[in-house]
Design a protein around this ligand. Structure first.
Ligand code: SIN
Length: 367
């Protein structure tokens, strides 16, 4: 065998070996949507940059170690700053996630996303997907061109998390700054720090160390199992984590958020009534309390058939049922542990099934 022949036989053998190794690794599919992780700036040290500039292939090329963890493929769904996230993009993204789940060809899914609305997309996906495989959202606080860009390590950790059997059955996850959080509880708490994501009421679910994910606990709200719990003498026995089938949906009902503050007036609520919103979330003060200037407008909204959900602008704790506000009397719904932006999502999806406020309250009782 001359040198050339021997060389080509060797190359074919190496290619076969590499392909076999790749096939043994878990398959992780990446859906890219943009954000700062795909951002680029003109300076490595200054904070001005544009989100959603760099394609997923370039991000992956920056982290070759990912190929030791999983066989990774991916596609660009959109390339936007997540401040521009919309119900339309959510529906496209969620349908694609559901296709990948149905194909049974992937062990995990990673979604690269801007951090501004990551918690909303994670929560939306947690309500419209029904699978045990890990679905992991990841982003970055610093653009890819910055010194100490956090995107590469976050992306690596997200792939580790999505590829790990330990992540199965934990619902939709957010993986940022070395920690893993559950979709219902996680929120962005700092405008610029890499340590921005927290679950203030329940803490992180786990962490990643040296290419391995470790869990402290499972998110309580995952599993759609029947769970008994008693609150103020009432026994709640319901399926946890509601699931909404979005297959035939082309749009979501219009739901808005009105923010509570001292001297607030009812103008925003009036506008929502005039514009035929189907639901209003009131981001109240304290335990979802409503200013006397706004209360009559919210009562009017309810009488017009609009579902009114009380949530809170306070970052921790739950907005509890029948506290200072008699929800039963006014037919208002309490958001429990959901912040206003997540309450809006559950209300939109609930309204695709029912406009009965008592049934909608039951969905919220799961949080
Ligand atoms: C965005 O949410 O797209 C911009 C901010 C970020 O990703 O950190």
């Amino acid at each position: 065998m001359n040198f050339l022949k021997r060389f080509s036989v060797l190359s074919v053998m190496m290619l076969v070996a590499v392909t076999m190794m790749a096939q043994e690794l878990p398959k992780v599919y990446i859906l890219a949507t943009g954000g700062t992780i795909a951002g680029s700036g003109s300076s490595a040290t200054k904070s001005n940059y544009s989100a959603g500039q760099v394609a997923i292939g370039t991000l992956l090329d920056a982290v070759p170690a990912i190929n030791d963890v999983a066989y990774v493929e991916g596609e660009q769904v959109v390339n936007i700053g997540s401040q521009d996230m919309s119900d339309d993009v959510w529906l496209v993204l969620a349908k694609r996630v559901n296709e990948l789940i149905a194909s049974q060809k992937v062990n995990g899914i990673v979604i690269t996303h801007g951090t501004d609305t990551m918690e909303e997309t994670a929560f939306f996906l947690s309500l419209v997907t029904d699978s045990n495989i890990p679905i992991v959202l990841v982003g970055a606080m610093r653009p890819s061109t910055a010194i100490s860009a956090d995107g590469p390590v976050n992306l690596y950790n997200a792939v580790v998390t999505a590829a790990s059997p330990a992540s199965m059955g934990r619902g939709v996850l957010v993986c940022m700054n070395g920690k893993v959080y559950g979709a219902a509880d996680v929120t962005k708490t700092n405008t610029t720090s890499v340590e921005t994501f927290q679950s203030p009421n329940s803490g992180a679910l786990g962490y990643i160390h040296n290419g391995e994910v470790f869990y402290y606990h499972a998110p309580d709200r995952v599993g759609r199992k029947f769970v008994d719990h008693v609150h103020e003498g009432t026994l709640f026995n319901e399926v946890r984590t509601p699931y909404f089938n979005i297959d035939g949906l082309k749009s979501l009902p219009k739901v808005g958020i009105a923010y509570g503050y001292s001297s607030v007036e009812g103008d925003v609520v009036d506008m929502m009534i005039d514009k035929h919103y189907k639901g209003i979330v009131y981001a109240g003060v304290g335990n979802g309390n409503i200013h006397k200037n706004v209360f009559p407008e919210l009562e009017k909204a309810r009488k017009d058939g609009i579902i009114v959900v009380r949530s809170s602008r306070v970052p921790t704790g739950a907005t509890t049922l029948d506290a200072e506000v008699d929800d039963n009397k006014y037919e208002f719904v309490a958001s429990w542990g959901l912040n206003p932006q997540k309450a809006r999502i559950l209300l939109m999806l609930a309204l695709t099934k029912t406009d009965d406020w008592k049934t909608i309250q039951k969905y919220f009782n799961n949080y």
